[in-house]
Design a protein around this ligand. Sequence first.
Ligand SMILES: [Zn+2]
Length: 117
Amino acid sequence: MSTLATDRRVSIIERIMERVLVVDRGFQMDGMPSPCHIWTGPTSGEGKGGGYGRMSLNAQTVAVHLVVYTHYFGYIPGKKQVDHLCNNRLCCNPVHLELVSHIKNQRRRASRAKEKA
Ligand SMILES: [Zn+2]
């Protein structure tokens, strides 16, 4: 990879981290507290598909957690979705993000809805 491309990728993550608050929301990984990186910039609004962080990148509006995922873990296959293990849509802590199939994501969403009820 060229130095130029690396610099560009670092600057995107730096831009994101400038707008992130590191907050302990009680989420744990391997029994240890793992704070969320809460996006404080624009979001996708309320309702269905809402509540996700949005940012402008190369004149396009993109989901912040997907930018973070791609930066740390690479390409997201078309049939996969990036789920939040911490169930916090504004979180962009890379270790809280997991690649799942669409069906698995829907099942998780349904079971979480039951837990809340
Ligand atoms: Zn999180």
